[in-house]
Design a protein. Structure first.
Length: 275
DNA sequence: CACCAGGACCTAG
DNA sequence: CTAGGTCCTGGT
């Protein structure tokens, strides 16, 4: 077991804010067991320390964006009433840098769904297609490569529903063009988003999630129904004419660190706009 | 039982 | 180019 001192970090908010799905929380020990690609590790927070096992220090820092100076990044939050409120409530929430392929499949599963269901999909897909791995006397399955997700029956058995055919089609596309994913990884934001959107089951919102949570494109700003509500109800104070108007508002008013602002606004929305 | 939900896609107008 | 139906599943 190793430990590391952290600043301005909330493990709970970071893991549970809906950007990452493949984890189990053990309420007896307070450890989060996390599976990212083929790595299983556990981590818990006690005050300003993270206790961790199963992952290298550098990888842990990268995964949780602990190399980022959040105080600097959130400086201009003070210009926005709702960002201030959200920052108080969710202080320490950071963007996770997760495995690209795991993120891609997770967010294909996310459409018209919810967190528990997405988690179920990911756990099941891993069970069917991943590799069994013992850790801490528990049983885990690594998250498979997209290339391996080639059995429609198993994909459906993972309760992915109408998204199953998307996953299989993406599998086919990747097999025919094995370099595509690596190419997307090194593209700029605009090109990466565009390329992702050529894949079935990936529209604008899902592509932005993948860009933000796994490709380090911190300017991505996923617009889901909650964020749409925030912009309409709190900022515009009326319904938007269309999605374009929302995008333009965001472009104008959240110039820098857009992705992080999106996360905080999203959470503000979920708690304050329930009706 | 009917309805709906953190989205994408398809089709008609 | 856009509104509205449809797609599985699981919860209400």
């Amino acid at each position: 077991m190793d430990k590391i001192k952290v600043q301005d970090f909330s493990l709970k908010h970071t893991i549970e804010c809906g950007q990452f799905f493949y984890y189990i929380y053990d309420d007896k020990t307070n450890f989060y067991y996390i599976v990212n690609k083929n790595i299983v590790f556990k981590v818990k927070q006690e005050a300003d320390y993270l206790h961790y096992y199963g992952i290298k220090k550098e990888e842990l820092i990268y995964f949780f964006s602990l190399d980022i100076d959040i105080k600097t990044m959130t400086k201009d939050f003070s210009e926005d009433k709702y960002l201030i409120l959200s920052l108080e409530k969710y202080f320490g929430m950071r963007l996770i840098r997760q495995d690209f392929e795991q993120c891609l499949i997770s967010f294909v599963c996310s459409s018209a769904s919810n967190i528990p269901k997405i988690q179920k999909n990911i756990f099941q897909l891993s069970k069917y297609f991943g590799k069994e791995t013992g850790f801490d006397s528990k049983l885990f399955f690594t998250f498979p490569k997209i290339e391996q997700l080639d059995d429609i029956t198993k994909i459906k058995n993972a309760k992915t529903g109408f998204r199953a055919k998307y996953i299989l089609e993406i599998n086919n596309i990747i097999k025919e063009n094995p370099k595509l994913l690596e190419e997307i990884k090194i593209m700029n934001y605009k090109d990466a988003k565009e390329s992702l959107m050529t894949l079935p089951g990936i529209g604008s919102k899902v592509a932005d999630c993948i860009c933000l949570f796994s490709l380090n494109h911190t300017e991505a700003f996923p617009i889901d129904t909650w964020v749409k509500q925030v912009i309409e109800n709190l900022y515009l104070k009326r319904e938007a004419k269309n999605l374009k108007e929302i995008e333009e508002y965001i472009e104008k008013n959240f110039k820098i660190n857009k992705g992080l602002k999106q996360q905080y606004l999203f959470h503000y929305a979920r708690n304050h706009l329930k009706e």
